[in-house]
Design a protein around this ligand. Sequence first.
Ligand SMILES: [Zn+2]
Length: 149
Amino acid sequence: MYCRKCGAKLNDTAKFCDSCGEAVIVVKQRSDSQKYEERQTKETKKKSQQKIEELKNPYVIPALGTAILAFGLAIFPWPVSWGIGTSLWMRILILLIALLSDYHCTKSRQVNNLYNIQYRYRVQPQLVTTATVLATLTTAVALFALINM
Ligand SMILES: [Zn+2]
């Protein structure tokens, strides 16, 4: 260690320079290996953040899409004269789409649970909840309509 003012050699424990009296300021030197480790840690952090940004729950859109489709078909004001709205095949169709949605809702929740455990991150939980409510409701209504033919 050398004095930053006069350049005299200093003891490692010296607080002041023996030659000029300048206060000794110890600048902590980081070794190369420390720097390397710090850089590695930063990069790992960055990577894990990227991973979270790239996380997508592939079941959310199909779950919501089919839920809205089934619900829409169920509440659509079909003209009575068409005979479609109350027909057997329409009830079956709505039930099938609703069941498809139920399946995708379940898958969405499973994927979100997995992400939550691994990364403490959930993908579009509100959409999953909305789809689940819609799909469950539509399934119940369609089942009820089928049974009461
Ligand atoms: Zn000095």
